[in-house]
Design a protein around this ligand. Sequence first.
Ligand code: ADP
Ligand code: MG
Length: 458
Amino acid sequence: MKPFSHINLSPAMGENLKRIGYELMTPIQEGTIPPILKGKDVLAQAKTGSGKTAAFGIGLLERMNPDRYRVQALILCPTRELAEQVSGEIRRLAAYRHNIKVLTLTGGMPLRKQEHSLSHQAHIVVGTPGRIHKLLTRGTLVLDEVGTLVLDEADRMLDMGFIDIIREIIAYAPEKRQTLCFSATFPEDIKELSREIMDSPREITVDSQHAPGVIRQAFFQIDSRDRGRAVVNLIREYRPESTVVFCNTKDACRRVQEELVTYGLHALALHGDMEQKERNETLILFSNGSSPILVATDVAARGLDIGDLAAVINYNLPFETETYVHRIGRTGRAGKTGLAFSLVKPDEQFRLDKINELTGESFSAGPLDCTVPEDFTGLSPAMVTLSVNGGRKNKISAGDILGALTRKGGLTADDVGKIDRLEFITFVAVRSETADRALKILSRDRIKGKQLRARRHD
Ligand code: ADP
Ligand code: MG
């Protein structure tokens, strides 16, 4: 991997990348940033977690004219969470230019407020197809000056049936534009769409296979009613720092989460029926270590940057064999060894056969003890999340929170984990044993001259 200094970026962008800790380009970045900077259309394929956002983010920021307050880039994402994540990453990448405005426009948020924000103009719009289309037909979003159009997680958007709406959105954009398409897979419909909307694109594919041995896979033959306890036992034995338990349905998701909690494990569910606010909070608690287990459906977890998982457990084997490869690909990243456990009901043996066929392996489902020892009282998470009712819009910075917590007699910097700042609320993870003290400090001390309310999220 080469350093960013290897390509021709503006010095300010170079400095900012250093500041946020990006030294080396990931392979997809190395392959796509140079053609993007030249204004070429790019069709790129790389697995989740390979740094696709920064690949197009750096490219489009470098080509932007900040003095022109018009939408110059439109990024389409399949879901609200992904749009939020992309906006967050773009804001980080644009931090060296204070005047770049990034707007997130997704469903589930008040239309009027979004239209009001749009009337103040933005340089970059990140959104989901449904909402973007609505704003276009109402005439409140104008794409006349869009120079770059990005389809992020294009395969997922097509899976969700957005093809026609995407075509309609593109018709609002200038014909002379740069189009970038990022996808985890390259099915035929993506290729077809790209022929239609792109101009002789550069195709860049980064191998999606893991180095062998990085993921330890095991399969267990389990009767349907024992599966919850099987999950408990696997977590009890291996104690992974972070685990996603995949279920095929929302119902299973809820049931498994409840069962894990009754055994004293801290687990949260993530599925499509949850309110946006609840989903955001769940992801924050999971990614900062306050809830080491997430029980999720594929739809809810697809594409999310939930980092280096220590373990993936398949409560059900997925219907599609490719989904199995996607699920386990979330562990064993960055040179670490990941665990991938799958529970196989007797009537699911054919799915295991298909997995073996696709991956060229010959796994068989072995036995697993499903009796949870009586003296097992659960595991408590390393971190606890606190929040204060002030965020980006209240000019509260991560430094303000860290400063307040580590002032004389307070916590040490090591006690404080990830800080997530939203518009009007900030979440901070602290080591569990310091949580009471931290809560007292945050409820007592003024931050930026304001008395904020603090609470604990357990
Ligand atoms: P993808 O869209 O391919 O799934 P993301 O863009 O979400 O991947 O990036 C995954 C993670 O890698 C993010 O946390 C991001 O901040 C980080 N990242 C991206 N590029 C770099 C880099 N060059 N060096 C270090 N970390 C990076
Ligand atoms: Mg992505």
